[in-house]
Structure formats: C-alpha cells, structure tokens
Design a binder for this molecule. Sequence first.
Ligand SMILES: Nc1ncnc2c1ncn2[C@@H]1O[C@H](COP(=O)(O)OP(=O)(O)OP(=O)(O)O)[C@@H](O)[C@H]1O
Ligand SMILES: [Mg+2]
Length: 711
Amino acid sequence: MAEPIWVGVRLRPLVNHEIGQEKCLNIEGNEVSIVEDAIDTDRKVAVTSDFDRKSTFAFDVAMDSTDESSPSFISQEKCYEIMGRRMVGHMLQGFNTCLFCYGQTGTGKTTTIMGKAQPKSERGLLMRLVDDVFEEVDKEQSNSGSQVHVVMQMLEVYNEKLKDLLATSDFGPIGPGRSAPKKINIHVHPELGVYLTGAIEAPVKTAADCINAIEYGNAMKAVSATAMNAQSSRGHTVFKLNMVKEGGKDNLSTTSEVCFADLAGRENEKTTQVTGERFVELSFINKSLLYLSGCIQSLGQTAHRRRQTVAGADAMKPKGADMSRFRNSKLTLLLSNALSGNSRTSMIGTLSPAAAHFEESHNTLRFASTVKTIKVQAKAARAVDKDSLVKQLQKEVQQLKLQLEQAREKHDDEDISAISVQLEATTAIVAAQTRDWTHFQQESAELSKKRTKTMESLMAHSSSQVGDCPLPYLANYSEDPHLAFRLVMHVAADGEEHSLGSGPSCNFRLPPSLGVCDVTGYIRNEEGRLLLRPAPLPHSIRRDRPASIEVNGEKLSLEPAELNHLDCVLFGHSTTFYVFLQKVSPEELSEKLRAPYEIDKEEWEVGLTQKVVNSILGEAHGTAGARRPRNPTRTTDRACNARMSLQKLTTKLRCRVIGRLISLGVTTTADTAQIPCIAEVAGGRLASKVKHMKDRKKARLRIASFTAVPR
Ligand SMILES: Nc1ncnc2c1ncn2[C@@H]1O[C@H](COP(=O)(O)OP(=O)(O)OP(=O)(O)O)[C@@H](O)[C@H]1O
Ligand SMILES: [Mg+2]
C-alpha cells in the first residue's frame, strides 16, 4: 500500500549570532505556528499567495528543541525515538528506508543526522541507528542461524560531482603513487532501484567499525572544507547502509537499505551576495535543491490528482516514465528510490526560530508541507532465490552485450554510450550478488587499514579525540562545528624540525589548497615552545622569499616565530589552524574565539562604517579609494569565512552604513543596493584581521589600511 512520507520538523534554539532576536516560530503539539508580531512588515509582504497566508503548519511530528528546561524539549535521544527507531523496524521487516534533512544553512541538519560521536548523548540519528541495527543483527544471526552482512557507503555530492568519502586515494595531486579517484556513476535498475558503480562498499562487522568509517568520512569532509576554507559543508552527504540476509533454514536472501541524506543548506543567492567559488557552490546547491523541490511538487500534484480520481484506477500505474524528472541532478537521482520507488521515507525540516530567517523558515515549512502530500509505495523485500536472480541478471547482461554490438554496427554513438552504461551497472550488480563474502571482507579489512593510515597522515581525528590529543598541537578551524578541530598536528618535544605541507614526504600533511606548497614550513617544539618558520618558496628566483604563512594576520619572514596559545595560523591562502598550548574546553574555546569581537566593537563599527561609506562613495563616483583587490577570490573567501559570526554585526552595520549614506545625501537605489555586498565583504576581510588582534592600536591600524571593495 502506498504510504505518505513521514514528515517532521525540528526547531533548534537561537544560536550565538542570533541571540537577542525575536522568535518567529512556535510549536504546539504537531503544529508550527508563525508568531506574526515578531516579523516586520517587509518580510510579511514577501509572503503573499493564498497558500502562504497560512499561519499554522501541521506535520506528523513537530519537535521543539529550543528550551532544555521545557517538558516538551526534544533532545537528540528523543529525536531518535521519534524519527530513527522506526527506521530500524522498517529495515528488519525488509523495507528500504530513507530519511533526509532539509533546511536553511545552519539550522541543524548535520546536528540532527550526525551530531557528535562523544559524548554519546550528542549522537545524532545515524550513529544511534547503527548501534540498534547491529544489536538486531546479532540477535537475528543467533536466532535464525542466517548470515547477515552489513555494507556501508558514504558519498558527497559537491557541485554535481560525486565524491566517495570512504576513498583512501582521493588526496593530493594526481601523479606517481596516486591515481585519479574512480568515477562514480548512478544507475537505476528497473527492479533493484538506484545502484552506484565505482563507489566503495565497505562491509562493517560491528557498530564500532561502522562509526569509525563514518568518522573517516566526516574527517574527509573536514579535509576538503579546510582546503577551501569553507564555513560549512557545501555538499550533500549521502550515507547508505545495506543489510543482506542470507542462508538460514530457507537458504534465501533478502536485502534492505537505510539511506540518510544531509542536504547542503539552502541560501538566498541575493541576500548572501557571495561571489567567485562560493557563488558557484551556492548555485549548484540551490539548483539541485530546486530540482528536488520540483520533483517533490510534481509528485505532490500527482498524489493530489490520484486522490481525486474516483476509484483511484490509475493510482498504481508503473512510474517508470516519471524517472526523467529525477535525472536532472545527481541528488534527485540518488533520492529517487526514497521519493518514488520502493522505500519508507521520512523527512525532517530543520528550522531556526530567529525572526531574521523567517523567509527561509517559511520556505522550509512550505516544502515540508508539500512533501507530506507524497505517497511512496514500499514493498517489503521478497526473500529472493539468489540463484534465479543472478541467472536473470546474467541474461540481462547477455542481452545488453548483444544490443551493444548492434549499436556499434550501426555506429549509433548515443545508443552505444547508453547501453554501455547500463551494461556496466548490470555487470556490477551481478558481481555484487555473486560476491564471495570472505574474500570481500578481507579486501575491506585492507581498505580499513588504509583508511587508518590516511587518517594518520592527514592528522585527522574524530571530533571526540581532539580533546585527548597531547599538547601542544595545531588544529584546523571552520565555522561549521562539525568540521572544526578534526585535523590535528601534535608536535613532539624532540627539538627536531618537522616539515609541513601538502607533499607526501612531509611530517604533517596539510590539505592541498591555494598557496600551500609541497613543503610550506617547519615547526619544532623546543621545551614546550612552538617555533614555526616558512620554507623558502621552491620556484622563486630569489631564494629568500618565504612560503605564505600568516600568524594572526602578520606574514612570517624566513625567521622562526614563536607561537602562542590560540594564535591563528593561516597556511597558504585559506588553510586555517589554531594553536593549542593548553587544554581548552569547547565552551571556553568558543568564548575565546569570539571574545576579540568584544574588544572595541563600537569603535570598530564606527571605523568600519566610515571606511565602507568612503568606499561606496569612491565606487559610486568612479574615484580612487576603491582599489580592486589583487586576489578577489581570496578576499571573498575570507568574507565568507567570517560571515556567519558577523551576521548580527553586519545587520547593525548595514543600518549604520545606510544611515550615514543618507545623511551624506546618497540615497539612490544603485548605491544602496551594493551595501550588503560591500559591508559583508569588507566586514569579512576586516574581521579576519581584527579577530586575532589583542592590541586595539593594531586593530585600528588594520581598519585604516583597508581599502579593497570587491564587487
Ligand atoms: N537541536 C539543536 N540544539 C542546539 N544547537 C543546535 C541544534 N541544532 C543545531 N544547533 C547548532 O546550530 C549550528 C548549526 O548546526 P548544523 O551545523 O547542524 O547546521 P546545518 O543545517 O547542518 O548547516 P549547513 O547547511 O551549513 O551544513 C551549530 O552550532 C549547532 O550546534
Ligand atoms: Mg551541515
């Protein structure tokens, strides 16, 4: 029987940069209502159609995680009880099951799905489900005598490219010793659904194995994010767990799959005003989410039409033809099974209560309401006689080979490539169905060892281990708490110099990124003092030019510099690490990293406002004072990096800038339209400098030297 998708929403508390804002959403029972008084008129005007006038939205569950002291507070554990536990049941009954999180960036998608590995109370849905699945697998094996194999996959869809997060070779430049990563293709088999070729399938024997592999995948995300200085994970993360039950009394085989998708956060291209690489990323994210919502809308409409059909005569028509709309993007294709195929599907819409994010939250509520109208037909996996399935698949392979030959004779290139792809997928499915599990597990144990080695060479740690790392160490920084402090370099107190860079021979391997050389610098621990010096640039004519390393915004010369506790070190143009000479609790850390904003915020804002105003006037009148940055991407990257923390500040700043411009008589829309972008970029650039300045004078000096106004 077709079942509607189970839809929940989760409201997170106000986070640091939102504190002080009014809450625009309220949860009671299973309903989310809009607090009209908290939203200013401009925002309400944007919401005009009939549907949009709705002020209450009902879902299967509405989870309020805003106030820990409230009896209705939904903790990570309760969230799992409501949304996750049912998925274990589905899997055991032989159904495929999928959960995806959708919401604006920074609203709690990764927290809900992944959470933190430690403490256990912070674990998200995935790790809790893994624990339960393996408990059930053990029971099943001892009760029925059958063999249960669990295989996992973890992928990222970034800019419409699929990246295998479990791969061990996907690091560093392609060359001797490192081949290009395997290309991953998505196929849809008419009966078996979505199938991936080229992606690693890792058999996992215990929950701990599985969690280690998940942590490896998360660390790989941190590596690429650190290399790009990204403020959050800008790809969709898809996690799949396949359970294959074989043998037992009946000697049949059943397969069921759990899939989790942590979708990248939607952002408004106009209001975020990002440019360069970040804009490309955002366009890809928004485009794939647009296709996803397009698919969902049309599935929703189909469901609506079906309900109107008197006897529902066409309700169960095969949906093969509908696959075309899923082929627009990799994300929709990956989720096609969950949305229209054979799966019991759930969705969580994540929401911020802050009034400033009302439009985005409203969008999520509308999206979730549409998802609720979709019905998916899930069939419990039939126990299949594996021999006959393999025979049928082998027959398909023979037919495809024949068709390929005919297409080659006709020189029909289109057919040749379509059939080749189909043939590749079917051959891979046959191989998977006939795999020798013992051999497969041996291979996988090798891969697991390789993953551990890669983790070591990348200094990658699971978030839980960072605090246990011996001092002193440097750890990567990202605004996304799920990616920060995962890459750690501990410098042993041996007085020796240790090389750091992206080259394979370095003692500490940095993620390859702009400005990071094979050997970027040397670090040594001399009786507890950390000394860092840049390496000479390798291809520079003058051997005295150092590779690019900045400490707290100051470029290092070739001389060794002593690092202090919580100094910020920038390797190349975007790889940021913090120095830890003492143990710091996460709370203390976030306080410390935030504290410099409070030094002279008022003074800083006044100075910045004047600078931005001058720049705008320079731009508007085509005069000097608006020097173009030599490296706009870098400036934009830094702006992006600081944007999240600056959100509160820049709103105020924008008002100041607009106010100042109006007082100067500059009121045309052409001028003011540039303000958010300029304030944001200028704010970001300055913040990245000012952030680490302990000395007010130095901070003011930096503000005075600011002139760049990228468009
Ligand atoms: N339920 C919650 N309780 C407390 N804090 C939360 C909760 N959900 C999210 N947060 C906080 O909100 C911030 C953003 O969360 P998270 O990284 O999960 O968002 P996201 O939706 O995955 O963002 P992005 O799309 O940028 O990846 C984090 O600081 C996180 O600690
Ligand atoms: Mg996230």
